[in-house]
Design a protein around this ligand. Structure first.
Ligand SMILES: [Zn+2]
Length: 100
């Protein structure tokens, strides 16, 4: 029989609602703290977690602004190059139709 040794760092949580004691991984708790995420008590299903700090919210908003600006620029560049690549409207309209 083979043996596998695993090392996991767990943070103990004592639920303030039902008094249940359980543990979540330290890496997950760190991530919750960093990104304002939550976990659920396995006994009473109460959600616990961290709220996003003002600084984290600011960073998120700035990142969203940058993404929006990039998308707008890409759309503007597509608009500028589009008509030049395709056939012009004038050449597709037959002369006879215009004369009538
Ligand atoms: Zn609980």
């Amino acid at each position: 029989m083979s043996t596998i040794n695993v090392s996991v760092k767990l943070n103990m949580i004592d639920c303030g609602v039902c008094g249940g004691v359980y543990a979540i991984t330290a890496t997950y708790e760190d991530r919750c703290q960093e990104h304002g995420l939550t976990w659920t008590c396995p006994y009473c299903k109460t959600g616990w977690g961290y709220q996003e700090s003002g600084h984290q919210k600011e960073v998120k908003q700035l990142k969203a602004q940058v993404e929006r600006a990039k998308a707008q620029r890409a759309a503007a560049e597509d608009g500028r190059l589009g008509p030049r690549r395709g056939p012009t409207t004038k050449s597709t309209v037959p002369t006879a139709t215009r004369a009538r």
